[in-house]
Design a binder for this molecule. Sequence first.
Ligand SMILES: Cc1cc2nc3c(=O)[nH]c(=O)nc-3n(C[C@H](O)[C@H](O)[C@H](O)COP(=O)(O)O)c2cc1C
Length: 375
Amino acid sequence: MSRSYEIPADVVCADDYERVARERLSPQALAYYAGGAADELTVDWNRRAFGRIALKPRVLGTAAGGGTGLSLFGQEFAHPILIAPTAHHRFADPDGEIATVVGAGGAKAGMVVSTEADLTLEEIAGAARTPLWFQLYIQHDRGFTLELVRRAERAGYGALVVTVDAPVFGMRNREQRAGYQPPKLSEHANLKGLHTTYFAHAELGESIMFNGFLDVTAQWADIAWLRANTTLPILLKGILSPEDAVLALEHGADGIIVSNHGGRVLDTSPASLDALPGVVRVVEGRVPVLLDGGIRRGTDVLKALALGARAVLVGRPCLYALAVAGPAGVAHLLHVLRCEFEIAMVLTGCAKLEEIGPHMLWDDGLREGQYSVSR
Ligand SMILES: Cc1cc2nc3c(=O)[nH]c(=O)nc-3n(C[C@H](O)[C@H](O)[C@H](O)COP(=O)(O)O)c2cc1C
């Protein structure tokens, strides 16, 4: 991969980064970054869901004196656009997650660091000038899991994002076709020393799932256990159904991230945006609800907030920006998204995040009844 931190002149939005990154990444890395599960219908739906909703322009008001700042779990954010946790940033840049976090700092964006980052959580925190949260995969070894939590606490992470929608890999056919081989768990920088005893693997004629593997995967009781063992706020990432949102609150979650893992786990699960109103409705404002999946434009950010999200996270575009122009690319991408978001706010007559709501959506652009939310 040729390394250049120059942003090509014709790269002016998130999709432009994807176009250029496709030329720069190896076929295996591209399959890993871009792909989803099976036929990738959910990957597609995540984006299409935003295109189905129209915004309601408002004229001749004034948004003077407004802003995009918000406070989440006691931390201050300049705007509601965060970097979603994604693994293996070294496919995109030799400096891996350090390059990403430097870019995040430039754009004053919060970042969620993956358990499966290519660098340790301490190395990444050491380079950070922006709020960081740690994304936790509950490991089969709960003692090791707790040690990860302690490390995140010591390194100054402001919240735990516990990803609950991926007890197993989805059927990643695109990765299989490209010959992508995921590294072993114990080879991940944060998981050195972890002994994994159970794998999703089956010989012909054997069951892949019902062979003891599920005996050690995380369950609701593990969330209550985590809650009792850390003072950090806990967000559950990967909630789509209102039923699970209710259980999340019952087990002590401080926040919910509506997400389908970028369509990488269960193909034909709904678009995150389509699942958002149902979750917002049952949560009734008790904890912040965030969303990821398919955010590529500032108008997408506005629509997610209008439907009840407090903030959004962006996954693949950050990887593509990293591949194209390292930290400068990440900073530029996030800056562009923020600019687009602010422009959309002004054109829909809105000065502050608290003023954003479903009234900013054009009713004719909505499927009947689906998007009526109360906040
Ligand atoms: C290459 C890649 C790696 C990912 N790795 C993780 C991970 O380690 N942990 C996690 O919780 N989510 C992971 N995700 C899911 C993202 O956090 C996020 O849910 C998703 O990318 C959002 O959709 P978007 O890519 O359309 O923005 C990954 C996504 C991608 C594309």
